[in-house]
Design a protein around this ligand. Structure first.
Ligand code: PLP
Ligand code: SF4
Length: 449
């Protein structure tokens, strides 16, 4: 229990740990919580009544440094904090729990609060739909021309949950908020009808919670010769942080690795899009062993993750994260701006500050780690990157560009917003020089009408 962060030997990492997760229901049984005060434990209970909470033994025993709680970054990554809820909402839930209100009563109040927390940021549910034969495909989002997102029904949980998750609505039991598909054959059909699509991104939740043979059942139909235009299979996952055992000692770890290898041999580029927030996640021997084994299959690991106040709002943390990744053979890919959902006000970093952190981190790394783009906002029109701050035409401005756009013709065109020290998202920015709107807005309005 008190083993320090990086002493887990691979032989110790028995797969039986897999199901030892703690949620709000069995929170009291988590041994490490004895390190916290009763007030802190109650706060966790209150906030986890509204926001999803789940943590496993690996994270508790090997990633969190309990002597540094509550400031420990990994603790803040998975354990709910009081400030994540609006004070009034916190008080209301706390009141119900103190008077031992029924589960249904707590749930009703929690649902009301969740509805105010923008469960589907960037209009994902309405705008990114995909159709085949005139029927809407569940579990598929298609926003950018070349990449289709697929949400397999079995992959819609994670080994632990991040407190800032933008997919949190999928974990709180509201089925209407979920995207999920259990129909692999429809996905193959969609690719057949859309020869312009080159990339599949399997996402969740975390697809790597699935057994290897389930994952295979989704992908196998996509390896057919007539789908040669599908060049890349990406898997978005936090398993390299939350459960590296997945690749080392889970019962079907060898099968999973062979599966990745087969996709590579079938001529696909296989990319593990690993979600990382802090270099500490890379520090255990088993996390490194998992990286080594994935790379042995021919798959490439790219890393992405949001910039978060309280967790990684420091250029030194990012510089070390990227440097460690390059050393381990992981390619830095994206630094995201925390999205406009859930406990956003707790995590948000102003865009101006985010760009400074990015730039100061870039200054400390070699060109091999400067492959990370960002800070990037995943907005409804597209992924918008803060390229910098400049002085142009007598005005201080943000220089922006689309990394991805709902119209691919928007990509890479610089555009400008009036500098605003406090803005945290695109919708708080005004076009520079008194213009009434950004160049893409008329077309975006037509697209969304
Ligand atoms: C980020 C993202 C992608 C992938 O974009 P890349 O720039 O190719 O990494 C695809 N679809 C959606 C909805 C995304 O947000
Ligand atoms: S791993 Fe991703 S999907 Fe899962 S809780 Fe964290 S942010 Fe959400």
């Amino acid at each position: 229990m008190s083993r320090s962060v990086s002493t887990l030997r691979i032989a110790d990492a028995a797969p039986r740990e897999r199901f030892q997760v703690h949620t709000q229901r069995n929170l009291a049984e988590l041994p490490q919580l004895a390190a916290l005060s009763a007030a802190q434990r109650f706060e966790i209970e209150v906030v986890s009544s509204v926001l999803p909470f789940r943590v496993n033994r690996y994270v508790c025993e090997h990633l969190i440094d309990w002597s540094r709680v509550p400031d420990d970054p990994i603790f803040r990554l998975v354990f709910p904090q009081r400030e994540m809820l609006d004070p009034e909402d916190f008080a209301a839930i706390a009141g119900l729990l103190r008077k031992r209100a029924s589960r249904a009563e707590v749930a009703a109040l929690a649902n009301g609060i969740r509805a105010t927390l923008n469960p589907h940021p960037a209009d994902q549910a309405e705008l990114n739909t995909a159709q085949v034969d005139g029927r809407r495909l569940d579990g598929v989002q298609h926003k950018y021309d070349e990449t289709v997102l697929f949400f397999p029904a079995r992959g819609q949980v994670c080994h632990s949950y991040c407190t800032f998750c933008f997919r949190w609505a999928q974990f709180v039991g509201d089925r209407s908020l979920r995207f999920a598909s259990s129909r692999p054959e429809l996905l193959a059909r969609y690719f057949r009808k859309n020869p312009q699509v080159s990339d599949l991104l399997i996402t969740g939740g975390d697809p790597m919670v699935m057994l290897a043979h389930h994952l295979e059942s989704y992908v196998k139909p996509l390896l057919a010769p007539e789908l040669e235009h599908l060049r890349t299979i990406r898997i978005g996952t936090k398993s390299l942080t939350f459960w590296p055992q997945r690749y080392v000692c889970d019962a079907d770890a060898p099968e999973l690795l062979r599966l990745l290898e087969r996709w590579v041999r079938a001529g696909k580029h296989v990319a593990i899009m690993a979600h990382y927030n802090h270099w500490r996640e890379l520090d255990t021997p088993i996390a490194r062993e998992a990286i080594r084994r994935i790379r042995g299959t021919g798959a490439v690991i790219r890393s992405q993750g949001p910039l978060l106040r309280h967790i990684n709002d420091s250029s030194d943390v990012w510089a070390r994260l990227w440097n460690d990744q390059v050393r381990l053979g992981v390619v830095p890919y994206y630094m995201f701006v925390e999205r406009d959902t859930g406990a956003r006000q707790y995590f948000e970093v102003p865009l101006a500050r985010g760009w400074e952190i990015y730039r100061e981190a870039m200054k400390q790394v070699s060109g091999l780690a400067r492959t990370a783009r960002g800070p990037s906002m995943s907005t409804s029109p597209g992924k918008v990157e803060i390229q910098g701050v400049s002085e142009l035409g007598g005005e201080k401005v943000f220089v922006l560009r689309f990394i991805q756009g709902r119209n691919s013709d928007w990509v890479q065109r610089p555009f400008f917003a009036r500098y605003d020290e406090n803005a945290t998202w695109l919708d708080e920015l005004e076009p520079a020089w008194g213009a009434s709107e950004f160049f893409f807005e008329p077309e975006f309005r037509r697209m969304t009408a």
